[in-house]
Design a protein around this ligand. Structure first.
Ligand SMILES: [Zn+2]
Length: 216
């Protein structure tokens, strides 16, 4: 299947969410590259979300995992000086709700500061942990649905070269300094940093805490 180039905010979020499902599936089989079944999972979910035959999952799984891992920082695993961090900062419009709160050590909380998850990862030039990205995408989709923003047209991403570009081009090309001038304050999350391409499974292993129970 040809790579999808999302045209709207909703397509961007759904495409990322579907790729996330593919990444979770790909991580299960311990093969370095995605398999046919992984692409089928992604495509079925993406077009199902567009047609309304599939739905974004609730935060139940995210919250259960948060409880299970509440003794460690969700970003680095440290068990020292734990705090609560808003995945999407409150001053940007992130809610003070359980869905938006994660456990973070003081060091990560301080480093992340006023950035949201994707902005912070872009600054560190790292792909976000899958489970955090799952929560982040759910929050972003929830916000856009509630505020009628899913059909807003996206500005084309500069130099969209899906087959040639590196996995992290999206992050690199939308660095915070480059984005700050044109960023709309209306978005509480980093719409320009929503990942449309994901690392191969071989590069995801270290980023998925456990191999079990890792679906969308
Ligand atoms: Zn930490």
């Amino acid at each position: 299947m040809a790579t999808v180039i999302p045209r709207t905010v909703g397509e961007s979020l759904f495409w990322s969410y579907a790729n996330l499902a593919m990444a979770f599936t790909g991580d299960r089989h311990d093969k370095p590259k995605y398999q046919q079944i992984d692409y089928i999972v992604r495509n079925k979910l993406y077009y199902g979300l567009l047609r309304g035959t599939h739905q974004i999952a609730t935060f139940l799984k995210d919250e259960m995992e948060k409880l299970d891992a509440s003794d460690a920082c969700c970003y680095c695993g440290s068990q020292s000086y734990l705090t609560l961090d808003h995945l999407i900062p409150q001053f940007k419009g992130g809610k003070h709700s359980a869905d938006n709160l994660v456990v973070a050590c003081r060091s990560c909380n301080s480093s992340k500061n006023a950035l949201d998850l994707m902005e912070w990862m872009a600054k560190k030039k790292k792909f976000p942990p899958l489970r955090l990205l799952r929560r982040y995408l759910k929050l972003a989709i929830q916000y856009c649905v509630e505020n009628g923003l899913m059909d807003v047209m996206l500005e084309p991403r500069e130099g969209a070269r899906p087959k040639l570009a590196s996995l992290f081009d999206d992050l690199d090309k939308n660095s915070i300094s480059e984005r700050s001038e044109g960023a709309s304050p209306a978005w509480p999350f980093a719409i320009g940093l929503i990942p449309h391409r994901f690392p191969d499974p071989v590069d995801l292993v270290a980023r998925v805490p456990t191999a079990d129970d890792c679906d969308i």
